[in-house]
Design a protein around this ligand. Structure first.
Ligand code: ADP
Ligand code: MG
Length: 378
């Protein structure tokens, strides 16, 4: 006969109940947590999967605070760290920035160098001259040709920067930094790192034209779409793999309209003129800053040259849409594009990237100052 052991029986009941509860929990997934933040002049949607809501909301609040700081520190035309740095550069003075700005400037300088200067965040004065240092699209006439010619003649370039630790100086006082072409990508890289550090393993960050994912949405990948630059709708969908970023630069959101002509907010640093011909460039990469910078650079490069510039910048998956509606994609991008509602808006021409393209050699940072010699003790 089994001895009556009420305590053991009770423990068994508790364990079974606990097991059942755990089983029920496993069957009922944690709901997704979604929040929208307003940053960088756009809405940033954050969606977290598989993290309990309280933790997810706390992680989003921290990311929001971090992005807010970046927004202020990296802003091109409002008071903040970057504006102070620009004032110092114009005055020929060195200026000490924080780690995050030093890092993003190094990254911007290297990407600019790789792009052959087609992506060049040193052209802030040109961007301002075209009226794009404002929250609303500019109105009125384009700037006088002489103004633009004078600014181009001063050749501001990212490669004029010397970044020694956190001390930034420029060999050219015409450099005025505007990080608008890659700040969103760089910021989403940092936000994704924050989420990972907070223990989030599956999330998507979507900031108008820029998307970055962590992990998957449960058993399936995060799916995103590329906007149609000509009308309301999308040209294709894509399933993003863990850690990927997709950035699209286009002239359909911010532009100057004058005399029936639409002037893009993406400028060719060589001529100081808005780019023409290409209306949308999407780049898929594992680094958001590089994808965003490349999307801008390839628009400047134009229909002939973009494949060589993509190769030099090290990006493989690109979709380019021209103003006549032509769509061209690299093989790596074409393989990832999925039609939405029955098909693509038109044929997609496949453009292989040239092989053996190496980026131009970029100037190294100054060598770190030698450690001071120890003072001899008396
Ligand atoms: P979007 O805002 O559509 O994502 P971009 O990423 O290309 O577009 O960013 C465009 C912004 O970058 C402009 O508003 C301007 O501030 C800046 N910019 C314009 N042309 C260049 C360029 N050739 N290189 C670097 N920055 C640029
Ligand atoms: Mg860009």
């Amino acid at each position: 006969m089994i001895p009556r052991r009420p305590l053991l029986r009770l423990a068994l009941v508790v364990l079974v109940a606990a097991g059942l509860v755990a089983g029920v929990r496993a069957l009922r997934p944690v709901p997704d947590t979604r929040e929208t933040l307003y940053l960088f002049g756009t809405l940033v949607e954050v969606e977290i999967h598989g993290t309990p809501e309280a933790e997810a909301r706390a992680a989003i609040a921290d990311v929001g605070a971090h992005l807010q700081t970046i927004h202020r520190d990296w802003h091109a035309w409002r008071p903040g760290l970057l504006e102070d740095l620009n004032a110092a550069i114009a005055a020929g003075r060195p200026f000490t920035v924080d780690d995050a700005l030093a890092r993003v400037l190094r990254q911007g300088r290297d990407l600019s160098c790789a792009s052959g200067g087609l992506f060049d965040p040193a052209i802030g004065a040109l961007v301002e001259a075209w009226g794009f240092h404002a929250d609303t699209p500019p109105e009125g006439d384009p700037p006088p040709a002489a103004t633009i010619a004078a600014l181009v003649a001063r050749h501001p370039r990212m490669t004029d920067l010397r970044i020694d630790g956190n001390v930034v100086r420029s060999t050219n006082p015409a450099v005025q930094l505007d990080l608008g072409a890659y700040a969103k990508g760089a910021a989403l890289d940092l936000a994704a790192a924050d989420l990972r550090a907070a223990g989030v393993s599956d999330a998507v960050l979507n900031a108008g034209g820029g998307v970055q994912v962590i992990g998957q949405h449960g058993a399936r990948p995060w799916r995103v779409a590329i906007r149609d630059p000509f009308q309301w709708g999308v040209v294709a969908a894509l399933s993003l793999r863990p850690g990927e970023a997709l950035h699209t630069s286009g002239n359909y959101e911010r532009f100057l309209e004058a005399g029936g002509v639409r002037f893009s907010h993406i400028l060719d640093p060589r001529k100081g003129q808005p780019v023409q011909g290409i209306v949308s460039v999407s780049v898929l990469d594992t680094n958001g800053a590089r994808a965003d910078a490349a999307a801008t650079a390839l628009g400047v490069a134009g229909a002939q040259d973009w494949p060589a510039v993509a190769a030099a910048m090290g990006v493989g998956a690109v979709l380019v849409i021209s103003d006549d509606g032509t769509m061209r994609a690299t093989p790596a991008m074409r393989a990832r594009l999925e039609p939405v509602s029955g098909g693509f808006p038109g044929p997609i021409e496949v453009m292989p990237l040239p092989e053996g393209v190496s980026p131009p050699a970029c100037p190294p940072d100054p060598a770190p100052a030698p450690a001071p010699a120890p003072t001899p003790s008396p």
